[in-house]
Design a protein around this ligand. Sequence first.
Ligand SMILES: C[S@@+](CC[C@H](N)C(=O)[O-])C[C@H]1O[C@@H](n2cnc3c(N)ncnc32)[C@H](O)[C@@H]1O
Length: 215
Amino acid sequence: MLVTSRSYAEYEAMFDLTELPGSVLDCCAGGASFTAEAAARGVDAVAVDPAYELPAPDLVDTVRRSLPATSGIVDEHADSFVWTWYGTPARKDELRIEAADRFLQDVAVAPERYVPGSLPELPFSDGRFELVLCSHLLFTWADKYDRDWHLAALRELVRVSRSEVRVFPLVQQGAGEPVDYLPELLGELTDVTAEIRQVPYEFQVNADKMLVLSR
Ligand SMILES: C[S@@+](CC[C@H](N)C(=O)[O-])C[C@H]1O[C@@H](n2cnc3c(N)ncnc32)[C@H](O)[C@@H]1O
């Protein structure tokens, strides 16, 4: 399983973030540095991921091994990626290595921010976070998780949010095929407003939109 390490700059662009609210959950945070950076800005930031159950040396190893593995996926599907946002592969690698370092440093000094847990059942109370972010799990791994899992996962993200859930991207990993049942799922989320919004980030071709669920 890939435990990738996106940077704060990538999160800002993928989720079109301007200001952060008082509390944010990064669900399926993996080795991303968003939580460390948000906490440094004074936000009550929490990361959740099943990988946090691993003993520390195994987590370090998994995060480090995922760095070249992600580049392998991009190389295999070169035609499905554009470099307008990153500029060059070297810049992307640099951002990811810095993010992994920042994440590993923060887990060591503030382990309470990194909670082991899995969708569709998160270990948080209803409405615990103002904003909930989900990067590269839902839709990305539609080959691994089915339609019912996605519906349960979206409902759980909404349950722990007080104001908004943002999910990016809305296509599958690799070649970036759309997920056919996405419109149908949104129709089943009757207690929230669902909007698909353009973002200032594109890496997989046509993956330049996020899902916003608001209360
Ligand atoms: C591709 S990584 C994305 C990590 C980070 N959000 C980023 O953008 O770099 C996907 C993450 O989802 C986590 N994951 C897998 N199954 C999960 C589940 N059922 N609930 C929550 N996280 C899960 C994996 O451990 C992995 O860290």
